[in-house]
Ligand binder design. Structure first.
Ligand code: NAG
Ligand code: NAG
Ligand code: NAG
Length: 248
């Protein structure tokens, strides 16, 4: 089962194990028998409202070097630019120009959703550093610094509950390193995974990412990154390089 590959992963695991026994944990697969209370700790998905249609939202515009394939809508902030090459397979591009247009509404909803995700306090599990090599069950995971997936993949296990929700809160950065993957097992759905990133997120070359990434600042992805979800950057830009993004 869990097999941390680095000291950082071992630390993450240790924090997890002690957190789970200290208070009631979430539903699905409880890592410590008797420590879970589904009535209290079951999370609702973050309500994305009018941001849900967007695969990419970028407050300060987007750049794509190399054709990025996007299945869903792309939106940028007021009078910002959409630069580079895109293959919009199932959606359109929107620039916010006045309140009430699709992109402007998308950003309003994103701010609400970001704040809701950041403000969730339902049975948080403390976690830190590298998640590579871990298997995590549904719940609210909180880092007071950054999170990364390095060295090995991260498995998210819904234990057969297709409505189980995973929310990751981090105060600073998120990074999924080259070739690393988020692996979904036992009914986990991309639409029920949320990453609230306090600063910026990076998806490195050929990484495979699942879930809705909401960053306060920027999101960048490099060659061949694949995302089943959304990259929603409140304030700064989204940059891409021959990536492949689709709605969850
Ligand atoms: C779970 O929490 C609810 C509400 O506080 C409580 O009524 C119930 O007894 C708890 N269940 C367990 C198994 O602790
Ligand atoms: C755009 O993506 C579709 C779907 O994968 C693909 O069939 C098509 O060839 C792509 N077009 C370009 C110009 O890359
Ligand atoms: C979850 O998936 C693993 C690997 O596919 C399997 O061994 C395990 O029995 C599954 N657990 C549940 C609760 O479905």
């Amino acid at each position: 089962m869990m097999r941390p590959t680095t000291a950082a992963a071992a630390l993450a695991l240790l924090l997890l194990a002690s957190a789970a026994s200290a208070w009631e944990q979430t539903c699905g697969a409880c890592p410590v028998e008797g420590a879970c209370n589904c009535t209290v700790c079951a999370l609702d998905p973050v309500d994305l409202r009018k941001a849900a249609r967007f695969v990419v939202l970028a407050g300060a515009g987007t750049t794509s070097s190399g054709p990025t394939q996007i299945a869903g809508d792309l939106g940028v902030g007021f009078d910002q630019t959409i630069l580079g090459s895109y293959n919009m397979t199932d959606g359109a591009q929107y620039v916010a120009t006045q309140g009430g247009d699709p992109a402007a509404e998308g950003f309003d909803s994103l701010t609400t959703a970001y704040n809701a995700a950041a403000g969730n306090v339902l049975c948080p599990i403390s976690i830190i550093g590298n998640l590579g090599g871990l298997t995590l069950y549904p719940g609210l995971y909180k880092s007071t610094s950054g999170l990364e997936i390095d060295g090995s993949d991260l498995t998210l296990d819904a234990a057969g509950d297709a409505s189980a929700v995973f929310i990751f809160q981090m105060a600073t950065t998120f990074k999924i390193w080259t070739g690393r993957q988020v692996v979904l097992t036992n009914g986990t759905k991309a639409e029920n995974i949320f990453w609230q990133v306090g600063s910026s997120a990076t998806l490195y070359d050929t990484s495979v990412m699942y879930g809705t990434v909401m960053a306060d600042q920027s999101i960048s992805s490099s060659t061949g990154a694949v995302l089943h979800g959304r990259v929603l950057a409140r304030i700064a830009s989204v940059t891409m390089e021959s990536a492949e993004f689709s709605l969850p």
